[in-house]
Design a protein around this ligand. Sequence first.
Ligand code: URA
Length: 246
Amino acid sequence: MSQYKNLEENIKKCRACHLRGTCANIVPGEGNPAAEIMFIGEAPGAEEDKQGRPFVGAAGKFLNQMLEVIHLRREDVFIGNVLKCRPPGNRDPMPEEVAACWPWLLEQIKTIKPKLIVLLGRHAMERFLPNQKISQIHGTAVRRELPGVGKQVFYALYHPAAALYQGSLREVLIKDFKKIPKVLEAIAKEKNAPIDTPEKNMENMETEDENRFEEPARNASPARSAASAVGWRSDSGRENKQEALF
Ligand code: URA
């Protein structure tokens, strides 16, 4: 059995919190277990609970459409949630539920090793980028240390469900979503940067925070150009200075 399948089987047996007593199915997540992009939402809703699959309701249909726009299928990416079990009545996850489910999500990240984690909505954002506001951080790539994993790039978006119910967020979400290929490009260029180490490049980027949506200077490195197109912030960036996450 593959490493991911084995993990999935273990997730399906979880009894770590009381939510298993009220949900119909555990929803571990689905997609490519070697995906470059991992989408993390909040928790299964009614339809997800019924089918045991993530994002298969109205928000999921919208997510599928946005994936199509950037020429990806669900099978190309991995889609999961902070919670694997539906909270009754779709209420917000409680801190103890998030804590109980956290080891599974961490194991999924360690196994899948995504280049980019896209956080769908404020609950997913809060788990990885605490004390941020989704209204401020959406559409900005952030790289930070994830204990047990290492440096990881995150990209927070408004939740597709929020955009369905609040029309004004829809265009913002679509615009941010369309930047995902650019974020990946920036990550790849960081990796292949011939002179500076990735760390060094990131340090360069964060000092240009104010200019991050401006045209790159003519002598800017390709890595820096792609980064300024998507808007990078990193751990020690002025707007994002935070201590260790966990
Ligand atoms: N909303 C989520 O956050 N996750 C799902 O799987 C479905 C809806």
